[in-house]
Write a protein that binds this ligand. Structure first.
Ligand code: MG
Length: 158
């Protein structure tokens, strides 16, 4: 049996904060406002994996009211989600992520992002797709106020 899930997340951008995307630190003068490290791409991916098995969402699993998750490396959250998926008898087939960000340009970091996510999820790099786009200066993404990410994940029963 196979199942599919989708995830979506948005984080606000602010001057002087770190920018983590897909587990990679992006050189940038702006970064994400968040309770965790703000890796909006990993958050969307976690929600896609959880969604595939109707296991809720990361806000439910890792509440932002908990000190345990304050400033946490989102790769740890992803690892926990993957462990949960595997513990239920499912394996990850592939994931596809689209990041909408006006600036900075991140296309050059896509290979590193794919490698990083593949390693954390224990899958081959060619099972992980990361795509970067702008919104042609339209909307909150285009004004540089935030970053928006969509993710889809497919899982198969063992
Ligand atoms: Mg988030």
């Amino acid at each position: 049996m196979i199942r599919v899930g989708q995830g979506y997340d948005v984080h606000q951008l602010r001057e002087g904060l770190d920018m983590w995307l897909c587990g990679v630190k992006v050189p940038s003068s702006v970064g994400f406002v968040a309770h965790s490290d703000g890796d909006v791409a990993i958050h969307a991916l976690c929600d896609a994996l959880l969604g595939a098995l109707a296991l809720g969402d990361i806000g439910h699993l890792f509440p932002d009211t908990s000190d345990e998750f304050k400033g946490i490396d989102s790769k740890i959250l992803l690892r926990r989600v993957v462990e949960l998926v595997r513990s239920k008898g499912w394996d990850i087939v592939n994931a596809d992520i689209t990041i909408a960000l006006q600036a900075p340009k991140i296309a050059w970091l896509v290979p590193a992002m794919r490698e990083c996510l593949a390693e954390v999820m224990g899958v081959a790099a060619d099972a992980v797709s990361v795509k970067a786009t702008t919104t042609e200066r339209l909307g909150f993404v285009g004004r540089g106020e935030g970053c928006e990410v969509w993710a889809v994940a497919l899982v198969e029963s063992r």
